[in-house]
Write a protein that binds this ligand. Sequence first.
Ligand code: FHN
Length: 689
Amino acid sequence: MRNWIFILISLVLLSCNQTQKEQIDYIQTESQQERDARMQWWKDAKFGMFIHWGGYAELGGVYDNDTIDGVAEWLQFYKKIPAGEYASLIKGFNPTEYDPQAWAKLASDAGMQYMVITSKHHEGMAMWDSEVTNFDIVDFTPYGKDALQPLADACRHEGVKFCTYYSILDWHYPEANKELFPVYRDSIMIPQLNEIMDRLDPEVMWFDGEWIEEWTEEQGKELYNHLRNIKPELIINNRVGKGRNGMQGMNKDLSYAGDFGTPEQEILEDASSLQWESCMTMNNSWGYKHGDNNWKSTETLVHNLIDVVAKGGNFLLNVGPDSKGRIPEESITRLKEMGQWLQVNGESIYSTVRADFYKESEDIRYTASKDKKIVYASVLRWPGKQLNLKYFKPKKGTKVFMLGYKHALQWSYDEALGLTISLPDDLQAEKNRPCQHAWVFKFEAVANEVCATPDIRSANQVNPKHLLFTNKTTIHLDTETHAVIYYTTDGTEPNTSSRRYTQPIEIDQSCILTVMATSASKVNSSFRKVEMMKTENINNVDLRSKSSVKYSAEGPLSLVDKLRGSENFQDNRWLGIEGEDFEVIIDLGEVKPLKSLRAGFLHQSGAWIFLPQKVIFSSSMDGKTFSKVYEKQNTVDRSTEDGIIDIVASVDVKARYIKVYARSISTCPSWHAGAGAKAWLFVDEIVVE
Ligand code: FHN
């Protein structure tokens, strides 16, 4: 009898344990140590390949002989093509030149340690042979073969970690909307994810499309745990839940699901102790797009990699293969050149950690060995005969090397000026250098006591790169107490025989202000530079709405600096207002006869940037009572094309003050991917004639 009871209890425990085993809540139970161990390979990897490839490659951003403005993989959305019609457009997908082995080797030769490929993008077509649906590359297209399995095998053969992207947002299945979404989730999405886990065994699951209103943080947490229970060592990005803070990519707080933040098309401003990965295109589009030739240079890509890694992140760089399965030559060239750079300098990237200082100036980044004993100084512009580094003090007797150059370099150290490395004459000729684009100096060192770099303050800005002013402006410099500040206004680097800062500086001409500070028993600060630009004919620009910190251009005066924002909304030319109306009052300084007024706005619905629904120009003699001189209503809907739109008014008034008011749509419309989220208003260049 006792045996039976024992067996019964064991069976109950086993089944509980089995159930229990399937239900580990990793979000609640995984320790930081366990998480760090799980992510170690990913943190050491630093550099990965992103691949956007699907039926959209068949179209390449062109529909009805019209090339869309936005990213190619969004064509179905931009052209509002019903799922059935869209499926017929991509039905001919037949990438006969697809060579997974070549792709894996290209990634490996580029120094990319992992690869993330779109297993299913928003269009809904699965790039593997899914049992869940016939809308997959095997059953639906003449290609008729699984695209992912051979790539996963090729990656493992090349020593590249294979990872998959999966879009929660799905434009194909009618169930993937509103109250039917749970049907799509449980009958299509989860079963497909189980297939991917079972057959392809990815190391990272990279979610996207989480912004839809049908998806919730709670579903994200459940999905996170579900996948981790299938593969405990799986790494999952933060787009599995709702934690992402827009394109900036980091989680709003630590309570949200996901192992790393995902800044997109941008790099964090500062270093972060959180795990993060910046994903970027090489041109403008993720998916292959005919005619998209806005390629970033290899130098820019290498500098981005260095900047991201110095700030503690990974760099996921995208390629968009075409309808035949060919990766564009421009991408291949850049990847090969990045691989050459990493051949020489990979030691300063892979398996490094953030140094005590990650940046010394615009041209100097630091990384460190895991034990922090070795410092790598990456210099983004050839320093000439001497390189001065202030933030780290070499250990006595250490040798200083430039990676790729076999001889140790001469160096000296001064308590005030820091480390000076002498670069031999033979290296002054480019052809004698071991690499291009950036050079890495390696030495044993400890972080220095460095005097704080002075802050440059104007009335409403701190440390801008450019500072616009009318007539004249007063600049305040400040730094740590007891430090002495020196400055120049001719663009040269100040030293202790330059002008000493004793009171606010009056600036009435355009100039380049450069500052630095010294302090007893510390190394001199690094330099800070600001280009002071005097604007003509404007006495003041009073911005009445709050522009976002991220898109503040060079302050309100950038609205009248004759420098127009471009289609690239991140060109630091646009004033971005999130979710609110725009209003500015321009003071011309005196009453003037006005003939025309113009205000420029940007519409890029893919970046959640929309035209204003109304624009009003008003004028005033005294800056208090304004009378409307022009009003324009705009319809902002799905048919609104992307681009820069100018609102122009011919007027015939005398006035000293001009008010420009633009009413934002405030929230993304219901038909938009960001439905309900704050909408952006981007304004630049107001012209008063
Ligand atoms: O809508 C997608 C877009 O097509 C692309 O996949 C990027 C890459 O991360 N993610 C979304 C936009 O945030």
